[in-house]
Design a protein around this ligand. Structure first.
Ligand code: MN
Length: 207
């Protein structure tokens, strides 16, 4: 029994239909997220108790503390574990629309307005080569939000950025329903964004 267990999805697998289909949700959660969970536990099992006891969010910002031969596994599976836990929760049935609250102000101050932000996020996330994620993050240095893409399962935390809103564009996230049409998936995903959750993440970050 490892330290980490598969996190729950806070709604039914079919709750995001028609934008994200139930079969994709089920396989994505029970197979892919489970594999990252198992991979993280297996990698941690080879490491010191000091590293095993670190909070995952802290561990991902301090990968230099992980011995080099296991660092890639912790980056991949630890990032995958954390990214997907964030992903399930930054979506909800009947989501979407425009955000309010502090995240709206933060987005407007950097991107001018919500539509410009959405356009950049959409365009650049669709354009990710191969597997990766598009992220709205908070940069504690500049104290501003920023958009960034990350390859594979590498967490924005590895760059010192706090993930606020993530979109998984690995083919496993959309191929059953959308096949090669990643743009259709990305455009549909905006209908299930949970802006309340994003606002909560920002509040916790700047508190
Ligand atoms: Mn995924």
């Amino acid at each position: 029994m490892g330290k980490y267990e598969l996190p729950k999805v806070p709604y039914a697998y079919d709750a995001l239909e028609p934008h994200i289909d139930a079969k994709t949700m089920e396989i994505h959660h029970t197979k892919h997220h489970q594999a990252y969970t198992d991979g993280l536990n297996n990698a941690l099992a080879t490491l010191s108790s000091e590293i095993q006891n670190m909070e995952l969010t802290k561990l991902l910002t301090s990968l230099d503390k992980v011995p080099e031969n296991v660092r890639g596994a912790v980056n991949f599976h630890g990032g995958g574990y954390d990214n997907h836990a964030l992903f399930w929760n930054n979506m909800k049935p009947n989501g979407g629309g425009k955000p309010g609250g502090s995240i709206a102000d933060a987005i407007n101050s950097v991107f001018g307005n919500f539509d410009s932000f959405k356009e950049k996020f959409t365009k650049d996330t669709i354009a990710i080569q191969g597997s990766g994620w598009g992220w709205l993050t908070y940069n504690p240095q500049s104290k501003k939000v920023e958009y960034t893409t990350m390859p594979n399962q590498t967490s924005p935390r590895t760059k010192g950025l706090i993930p606020l809103l993530g979109l998984d564009v690995w083919e496993h996230a959309y191929y059953l329903k959308y096949q090669n049409k990643r743009a259709d998936y990305v455009n549909a995903w905006w209908n299930v964004v949970n802006w309340d959750e994003v606002n909560t993440r920002l509040s916790k970050t700047i508190a």
